[in-house]
Design a protein around this ligand. Structure first.
Ligand code: ADP
Length: 474
């Protein structure tokens, strides 16, 4: 169990991020320290060398002012008492005879200086050396050079102070590095976990949805970072999927409901015909009623398929140059009798021509459906007006009636498949006319909108582009 958990942990992004974070942090700290340390070493050495050089120059001036005696006196003064452990001096004559040394008890096995240069001339030619002497804990730095024409001097100085300083620097850094490694891991882990919490939320929600909780959403914050955008996009996708599923569910419910009544009617009529001594006329009536019901069912099924085809983009429009004025006039002629029977006035307000690229049959069905509805839902003495406005890049077809109107809460749903306003159930129809019209118009790249006032009437406006971009047939 524990091993399994460990194995899973090894593959987490959080752990990899943490390792990267701690690694990069430690590596950059080591690099920064190495740089600082190298600079410090160079700086400390330069400072020591500068001090030694100044001392040598000072002895040169002692020689100038007071001769060798003065130099010897100053050597003794310089190394009095405990100072002899930190500093040593050795004086030679110009021809290489050792004239004097300071107390060398603390400086065992002092090597002869490198005499390749600096024996003659002034202190500018002095040479420096770093000495490591047996028995001494710290090293030393020495300068060796002429202090005048008759003498050469070597001054050595213990490096105890600078080495102690550099050691303290190293120790300090080691301490900081250990703290970085010790704390870097947990801090990196905490930061990685915090940053990835959003991903975990999305994963958990996806799992809950997979288990059936379709209405679950990922919690979003107001940070507006990448994970927030991911969560928002995820939620939008979920809303869309849920709406699609609900729409499908409603549609199948409605379809089942609308199919059940005619099938039940056909069955009841057939049962009745079988049970009693039916005459030939009864059988003929049954056959004709059944044909009628079947036609209605077939129409419903075909319309549903047409809508699905147009909505999915699979419907290929048969585009040609068509005159919308002609389509509207033909539809009005076709419905004139219906209008007269219902005592509804049918009017048009049309330009001479209105040419667009479109699918003739599908646009004829759009106009017919909208005109059929307008007449169906307008009582006697009402008026239905068809108007057509030719705008520059699109055309606007409006069908206005003075009919029963649609209530504000039902209005957003009239384009849904199988939706019928409550009061319209008594009229013939299957609630598919508007869905089909909208699907066909959208396939042309257009849209339909509706304005309606209960008991005053409705206006359906169809906007069609002059030439649709998609679904062309060559
Ligand atoms: P139906 O076959 O019921 O007419 P539609 O899809 O064509 O189906 O219309 C859906 C519903 O929208 C109708 O049932 C009706 O309630 C409402 N409706 C459509 N057109 C009109 C209109 N011109 N006036 C009032 N209500 C309308």
């Amino acid at each position: 169990m524990f091993l399994e958990k460990l194995h899973r942990l090894r593959h987490t992004l959080a752990l990899r991020l943490t390792a990267w974070y701690a690694g990069i942090f430690a590596a950059s700290s080591i690099l920064a320290f190495t740089l600082v340390y190298t600079l410090m070493v160079a700086l400390v050495q330069a400072e020591t060398d500068e001090d030694l050089k100044e001392d040598l120059q000072e002895f040169a001036s002692f020689l100038r002012l007071g001769g060798l005696d003065r130099v010897k006196r100053e050597i003794l003064l310089e190394t009095q008492g405990v100072a002899a452990a930190d500093v040593f001096l050795r004086l030679w004559s110009a021809d290489g005879h050792l004239l004097m040394t300071s107390d060398l008890a603390s400086w065992p096995e002092l090597p002869d200086p490198d005499t390749s240069d600096g024996r003659e001339g002034d202190t500018r030619q002095a040479s420096f050396a770093t000495l490591t002497l047996p028995g001494r804990e710290y090293g030393a730095r020495s300068i060796y050079g002429a202090i005048g024409l008759q003498a050469v001097l070597q001054i050595g100085e213990s490096l105890e102070e600078s080495e102690e300083f550099l050691e303290a620097l190293r120790e300090g850094f080691l301490l900081v590095l250990s703290a970085i490694i010790l704390l870097g891991g947990p801090i990196g882990w905490f930061m990685a976990r915090r940053a990835l919490r959003g991903v975990e939320d999305v994963r958990r929600t996806a799992m809950e949805i997979a288990d059936g909780a379709l209405d679950k959403r990922v919690q979003t914050s107001y940070r507006g970072d990448e994970l927030d955008h991911l969560a928002q996009a995820f939620n939008i996708m979920l809303d869309r999927i849920q709406a699609l599923i609900l729409g499908m569910r409603e549609m199948t419910d409605n379809l089942a409901h609308d199919l059940r009544s005619p099938v039940a009617r056909i069955r009841a009529a057939a049962e009745l015909a079988l049970s009693s001594g039916s005459t030939k006329t009864d059988w003929e009536t049954l056959a004709s009623d059944t044909t009628e019901e079947c036609d209605r069912l077939l129409e419903m099924i075909n319309t549903t398929l047409d809508i699905a085809e147009a909505e999915s983009g699979a419907a290929r429009l048969r585009l040609s140059q068509i005159d919308l004025v002609e389509i509207v006039t033909d539809a009005c002629e076709l419905f004139q009798t219906v209008a007269e029977d219902k005592k509804v006035t049918l009017e048009t307000d049309l330009p001479q021509h209105c040419l667009i690229q479109g699918d003739l049959q599908r646009l004829q069905r759009v106009v017919a459906n909208l005109l059929d509805n307008a007449l169906k839902y307008t009582p006697a003495r009402g008026r239905v007006t068809l108007g057509l406005i030719d705008e520059e890049r699109r055309v606007r077809l409006s069908i206005t009636d003075t009919g029963v109107g649609i209530s504000a809460d039902e209005l957003p749903r009239v384009f849904q498949r199988f939706f019928r306003c409550d009061w319209s159930r008594s009229e013939y129809g299957n609630g598919l006319g508007l869905s089909l019209a909208l699907a066909f118009v959208r396939a042309h790249g257009g849209d339909i909108s509706v304005h309606s006032q209960l008991a005053e009437g409705s206006t359906f406006t169809v906007l069609l582009p002059r030439s649709p971009r998609a679904n062309r047939v060559a």
